[in-house]
Design a protein around this ligand. Sequence first.
Ligand code: ZN
Length: 266
Amino acid sequence: MPKDFLESFPLYKKFYYDFINQSLGLVPKPPIKMYCDICKSNQTFNNTMDYFKLYKRPEDYRANGEVIGLEYICMSCKKFKRYFFIEISEDLNWIRKIGQVPPWDISVDKEIGDLLGKERLEIYQKGLINESQSYGIGAFAYYRRIVEGVIDELLKEISVMIDEKNLVEYNEALKKLKDSHNGEEKIKAVYDLLPLRLIPNGNNPLKILYKVLSEGIHSDSDEECLENAQTIRHILIFLITEVKNHQIGAKQFTAGLKRLGEKNKD
Ligand SMILES: [Zn+2]
């Protein structure tokens, strides 16, 4: 079974898989890389046995419509095991997990946790919990909340660049905009604050993310949302990393300018 599917797919999310042969005995069994509770680190796990089912021999297995159990063992400690239960569709078009021990992990890398900050991390993890239960629409709602947070943060940043005489006016306009919950207007307002390399060919990632998430929430099924949830998470983390680096850069730039200005006063 595919490595990426076993390592990162939540329960019930379909993985479209090309069965070259109908016999389960011939499906490849690549090692996977996952966390080991005993070694306390990411380790390589190997499949310990043939795809099994009671009362049948591996070479007899026809894959169609089967539910199979897989056992993986950590190659470092040779003790810690992971189990997966996989359903194979009747038409051999897809596979999906219907069980996993230990359960699909909602813990977040420390690096990503630090990047998100406490409040956003909680929202992010609620998104992951929804994904783990295959509530794609629910996950989308939480991820959209994070996008909105990024937009609000960028709106605040603008005020640093506004002249003092226009600041009152700006703050009033900003307050109105914030209260309006009009995502598209907000995105337009912060467009210039995004690092240029985040906007390849003018495709504003904030706009795309917000649009995909909003459309998903309003008109897609749980399953359709789930399809894109992982990609969205990756883009979201990338976006937040870039925005944060850009903010630090811009702050240093502004501080440098200020110092220069003070020097030239004399
Ligand atoms: Zn181990």
